[in-house]
Design a protein around this ligand. Structure first.
Ligand SMILES: [Ca+2]
Length: 395
């Protein structure tokens, strides 16, 4: 009985505990539309570029109260989104080359129509204005056919190895469940983490296959694949220790966080969260005997949120209590968590909710995070799909 009371008390305290962080508006004088990423080139300039899904990339002004932002890239007339009111297409990623300072190259991912596909391109900045892209330099590296309008991902990232990592969703479709069974199919790129070398071409390819990719030399397999069995990776991040964090948006029940390793099979659509995917299990479908899956390091269910947004391992100074924690959130419920993980013991140490945007005293409606990004000082910015940028600060 005493133990029960103690448990009850601790739950009550947790429920009324103040949020650890608050959202402070930043660049609130700018008119923004579906921001999805903030990227800083590795050239010491401290510039921050804001990627917006409809195709306008802005250079965020140093003066955060400014109402003007310089346009870096304008893809708003590219017809990226299908005209059927769906919402997951557009300009979905931007990454600067590790040698950007000397070669001026960057990479983007965007949707294209007729046929529906994801395009991965290289481009250079303008010789006349280093704050602007030169669209005429576009070199298409890869195009991937997309059967549906959702789960395209696009959060491009260079690893510490200088290779470009490309997260690919399963291609979506209704009612979901990876209808084309792409995620487990090594002949296709859907539902994978790809790893390519942008510094060379190889045969007909506009990029090279790194020699240490896990499926190199195997017959009838896409050698770009680094890991597979992903559903809809929304947010990937390399921590300073080289770990690759990935948030995988789930089907109806689970949202998951994975640490992506070479050759790993992350389960989808045999597995959902840390168990079998119920629809396939109920249909009597089973994975082949002996198939090995890597389960997520953390999952949460749909009472907590409905669509995970991956974040970053915090390495800044201002939120001192969160140093070394993986900060992530939920697009549907506006919650933000800090997760601590012991990589040696392969165990979650803690997972603490640090913000519930719906409980915010001033909060009308919710914070719909599309990304958590670092500014030039490694402090965290939370991007809101409703067209806002926030700094995450101590409450
Ligand atoms: Ca999984």
């Amino acid at each position: 009985m005493i133990r029960r009371t103690a448990l009850y008390l601790s739950i009550s305290l947790a429920a009324i505990a103040q949020d650890k962080i608050k959202l402070t508006p930043a660049w609130s004088g700018l008119t923004l539309d579906k921001p999805i990423s903030v990227v800083s080139p590795p050239d010491g300039s401290g510039r921050l570029f804001l990627v917006q899904q409809r195709g306008l990339v802005l250079m965020l002004p140093k003066d955060e109260s400014s109402t003007q932002a310089k346009v870096f890239l304008d893809f708003t007339k590219r017809g990226m989104e299908a005209k059927n009111g769906m919402f997951e297409e557009g300009l979905l990623g931007l990454a600067f080359h590790p040698d950007f300072k000397t070669n001026k190259k960057f990479y983007i991912c965007y949707s294209a129509q007729e046929p529906k596909r994801s395009v991965y391109s290289e481009m250079k900045i303008s010789g006349a204005d280093p704050d602007m892209a030169d669209v005429s330099t576009e070199r298409v590296l890869l195009e991937v056919e997309q059967p549906y309008w959702n789960h395209h991902c696009g959060n491009l990232l260079f690893g510490p190895d200088g290779m470009l990592y490309i997260p690919m969703g399963d291609g979506g479709g209704k009612p979901g469940g990876d209808p084309l069974r792409r995620a487990q199919n090594l002949f296709t790129l859907g539902g994978k983490m790809l790893r390519i070398d942008v510094n060379r071409t190889q045969g007909a390819r506009q990029y090279g296959i790194p020699a240490d990719n896990p499926f190199v030399g195997q017959e009838a397999v896409r050698e770009e694949i680094w890991a597979y069995g992903l559903r809809n990776p929304w947010g990937i991040h390399f921590d300073e220790d080289g770990a690759l964090w990935e948030a995988d948006v789930g089907q109806e029940i689970w949202e998951e966080i994975n640490l992506i390793e070479k050759g790993g099979n992350y389960g989808w659509s045999w597995r959902d969260g840390a168990g079998p995917y119920n629809a396939r299990e109920m249909a009597g479908e089973k994975p082949a005997e002996g198939m090995k899956f890597t389960d997520p390091i953390h999952i949460y269910d749909h009472t907590q949120g409905i669509s995970i947004t991956g974040g970053i391992v915090y390495r800044g100074d201002k939120l001192s209590g969160l140093k070394g924690a993986y900060i992530y959130g939920d697009w549907g419920h506006g919650r933000v968590w800090a997760l601590r993980y012991d990589k040696k013991a392969k165990k979650v140490i803690s997972n603490e909710q640090i913000l519930d945007a719906k409980l915010d005293a001033k909060g009308k409606g919710s914070f719909k995070p599309t990304a958590f990004c670092e500014d030039a000082n490694k402090e965290i910015l939370g991007l809101d799909w409703a067209g806002k940028i926030f700094r995450l600060e101590v409450n």
